[in-house]
Unconditional design. Structure first.
Length: 329
């Protein structure tokens, strides 16, 4: 029985999830840190900081340290990871935790070693760094250790990772800087162009969650959308329909589909044959977009499935990898 705790961290552009071996997911908070620019000290981290996005007075600044799946701000990322690891209070008398960090596929060697440094400074005994799509596939319940093809489309906040896996490794993959956040931006843009109404990212995200749709949107399903009228400068509310949101998101969905097609085109034919049988799995928050599976299925001509609890796939995958250390060795 080892005394040291084992934790897995899903370091996402939108959220940070931490999996504690034996307990499951113990942290699920937005990856946002609010900094006081005068003292350079963190004021709030996680959900508390997210509520401040776009609403902070002059000297406070809410920062998302990860942009498009890349660590844009190391200092803040360190504050984020340190805050949550310390909160778990893992430092026992004799034990230092083993930490598994999942990061996007295109992380450079320099960023990897920097992440390792951060984790070691947080008191880790050993640090493993894994690629997100691989961990997401394991979390979605796919057995990637066998010599057969599995395809995952992991749609996160900042990036979409498309990967074909076999024998526990990524065979072909592609990363796209279009995912959940980009969907929000497209909704902001659409409402601005069509209704001359300025809305914030949080409002756009709310619209996306309520009536976001990739295919066959219903013009009758509507939701209120509040913002500032560009003509009068006063607050105003409009109604936006599911069909309109589908139109707004069309570009992003098309890009994701195209990326999946390109990865399939580069895949060895034997593995493609497996994928036709098994289908493609959607993970990550973007997988929750209504009818995205139908849209992809229509374009790829292979069955497409949404993983159970797509938001937690990477964290659950961390859990599986920590339970079976042969994955990590």
């Amino acid at each position: 029985m080892s005394l040291s705790k084992e934790i897995g961290i899903d370091l996402g552009t939108a959220n940070i999830l931490i999996y504690l071996k034996g307990e499951g997911i113990v942290v699920n908070e937005p990856s946002v840190v609010t900094i006081n620019t005068e003292t350079n000290k963190p004021v709030a981290v996680g959900a508390e900081a997210r509520d401040m996005l776009g609403k902070t007075p002059g000297r406070l600044k809410a920062i998302r340290p990860l942009k498009d799946g890349v660590i844009a701000d190391f200092q803040t990322t360190e504050i984020l990871i340190t805050h949550f690891i310390n909160k778990l209070n893992l430092k026992g008398l004799f034990s230092r935790p083993i930490i598994l960090i999942c990061c996007p596929t295109n992380v450079t060697a320099i960023e990897k070693s920097a992440l390792q440094d951060v984790a070691l400074r947080c008191g880790a005994k050993r640090v493993y760094i894994e690629e997100e799509p691989k961990v997401a596939a394991i979390g979605a319940g796919l057995d990637i250790s066998k010599p057969s093809g599995n395809m995952v489309v992991d749609i996160g906040g900042g990036t979409t990772d498309v990967a074909v896996l076999s024998l526990g490794e990524i065979v072909t993959s592609q990363q796209l800087k279009m995912a959940g956040n980009r969907m929000d931006e497209e909704i902001v843009k659409y409402v601005k162009d069509k209704y001359k109404l300025l809305i914030g990212d949080s409002t756009a995200e709310h619209v996306k969650i309520q009536i976001g749709c990739a295919f066959d949107g219903d013009p009758e399903r509507k939701v209120d959308c509040r913002g500032r009228d560009m003509v009068t400068g006063l607050p105003k509310t409009i109604q936006i329909s599911e069909a309109e949101v589908e139109e707004a998101l069309h570009k992003v969905c098309e890009a994701i589909l195209l990326s999946a097609k390109q990865v399939l085109e580069q895949t060895p034919p034997e593995l493609s044959a497996d994928i036709v049988n098994k289908g493609v799995f959607l993970t990550g928050g973007g997988a929750l977009l209504h009818n995205l599976d139908k849209y992809m299925e229509q374009g790829l001509k292979v069955p497409v499935f949404v993983a159970d609890e797509p938001l937690n796939c990477v964290a659950e995958g961390c859990g599986v990898m920590l339970e079976n250390t042969n994955y990590l060795e």
